[in-house]
Design a protein around this ligand. Structure first.
Ligand SMILES: [Ca+2]
Ligand SMILES: [Ca+2]
Length: 456
């Protein structure tokens, strides 16, 4: 019934796709007003405390979550708090901030949301994979976007709402040998699917859309906050960022509830099993009532996260509600179990309750910025390429709404420093990294992939 309801929209979408592919210039997606209501009903027994409707109606057709401007906020504008500001102030600048620029590198991709490579063992190290929200993965070979996609699963991807769609792809450490890879998407019911695919036997340059094996499905009570990133950690396990389920203010209390997978970072072992196994050292494995897949909790919408390939530290950019965007940090070797605070706190500030909240046991962000500088954080990568030594060790991230790009770094003293490095007019849906460690910026509206370069 749901699929039937959506069918006309898909026919329209298919028509648009034909038009778009016929043009060199990709048109921006329609305004949010044309998005149909989220197809899934709230979870049984779920009683939202927020007066918000099921539709988040973000201010723009955005993948990350701009704050729902029309929704009354449960947080007073002043965000009073009795808690000392523990996080490092973002006003401490980088000791030697580099000059950077964006160089347009690939064009003609539709609503790109992710870019990655296939790992250090890939026989074609220069190739790139660009995830398009509608349900395609474009393949870049020899610097050219190929006419035939690497994977096309638009038939089963529900991408109507701004935060729905095919959201990422990850290649396991043994990809060169196994030919297996993993994707995260929302289906026609709006629910999260993490699935395994394999390469086509007849053409190993393409993924086989008929080879899908769903390994994890998570019911989504609202169309927004679906997380969406997959990343294999340095331990070989698959990390999955999951949003709190959606609407505003985590009305179902998911992020602090260890009994559900929403609002969490998950960690599972997908090697050698049909679906997955839970690693024996996951932090909540022996806690009654807790889901053993949970690696860390208290996240609102960890849309993009990344491991530093040199240090194995983990950077999680968690999209804020109406006031603060934040970067969370997990040092290499952490046993997991961190509680990053949502929705007790938004950034370093009490959220629920809005005063006198208890920060005990919470891990506060290493930096935050307020909504004078943006409205939806997009996490990036620590630069470990060789082309620009002056960028080494800097974590680059941005904001979808403002187009700002910052550099963040932990100095030898342990102090975190952060500088606004570049103002752009790009709707930054994601950053991407190639096998050599070069960093890319994805323009959601203009369908352009930019190389982040250092200026002399
Ligand atoms: Ca959701
Ligand atoms: Ca937090």
């Amino acid at each position: 019934m749901v699929a039937k309801h959506l069918l006309p929209y898909h026919l329209v979408l298919a028509g648009l796709l034909v038009l778009v592919t016929a043009c060199d210039q990709v048109k921006p997606p329609p305004p949010t007003g044309e998005s149909p209501s989220p197809p899934s009903a709230p979870l049984p027994g779920a009683t939202p405390t927020s007066p918000a409707g099921d539709s988040p109606t973000p201010a723009q057709m955005a993948l990350p979550t701009p704050p729902p401007q029309t929704v009354p906020s449960p947080t007073p504008p002043a965000a009073p708090t009795t808690i000392p500001e523990q996080a490092v102030s973002p006003t401490i600048p980088l000791t030697s901030p580099p000059a950077i620029a964006l160089e347009p590198t690939f064009t003609g991709v539709q609503s790109p949301v992710y870019l990655t490579h296939a790992g250090g063992d890939d026989p074609n190290l220069s190739r790139l994979f660009i995830v398009e929200k509608v349900g395609r993965i474009s393949l870049v070979e020899n610097g050219v976007v190929q006419p035939t996609p690497f994977l096309d699963i638009t038939d089963r991807v529900g991408s109507e709402a701004s935060e729905q769609g095919l959201l990422s792809v990850a290649f396991p450490p043994d990809f060169a040998a196994s030919g297996l890879f993993y994707v995260n998407y929302t289906d026609h019911g709006g629910n999260t699917v993490v699935a395994r695919f394999r390469l086509m036997e007849s053409d190993p340059r393409q993924g086989d859309p008929t080879s899908e094996q769903k390994i994890l499905q998570i019911e989504q009570p609202a169309s927004n906050h679906n997380g969406g990133q997959l990343q294999f950690g340095p331990d070989g396990y698959l990390y999955i960022g999951m949003g709190d389920g959606g609407r505003a203010g985590d009305p179902w209390g998911n992020a602090q509830n260890p009994g559900v997978l929403l609002g969490k970072m998950l960690r599972i072992d997908v090697a050698g099993t049909d679906t997955y196994a839970v690693p024996a050292d996951n932090p909540f494995l022996n806690q009654p009532g807790a889901r053993p897949e949970i690696w860390a909790l208290g996240l609102r919408n960890p849309w993009r996260f990344a491991f530093d390939r040199a240090t194995n530290d983990l950077y999680i950019a968690d999209v804020g509600q109406n006031l603060y965007e934040e970067v969370d940090f997990q040092p290499a070797g952490s046993p997991g179990g961190e509680n990053y605070g949502w929705d007790v706190m938004e950034g370093n500030h009490c959220f629920e309750p809005d005063t006198n909240c208890d920060p005990g046991g919470l891990v506060l962000p290493i930096v935050e910025y307020d909504h004078t500088l943006g409205c939806s954080i997009t996490g990036g990568y620590v630069y470990r390429g060789t082309r620009y030594p002056q960028l080494a060790g800097i974590y680059f991230f941005g904001d979808f709404c403002s187009g700002n790009i910052w550099g963040l770094k932990q100095e030898a003293s342990g102090e975190w420093t952060m500088t606004l490095l570049l103002k752009t007019d790009v709707s930054i849906s994601s950053f991407g990294e190639d096998a050599a460690g070069e960093i890319y910026v994805l323009g959601y509206q203009d369908g352009t992939i930019y190389h982040l370069v250092a200026l002399p």
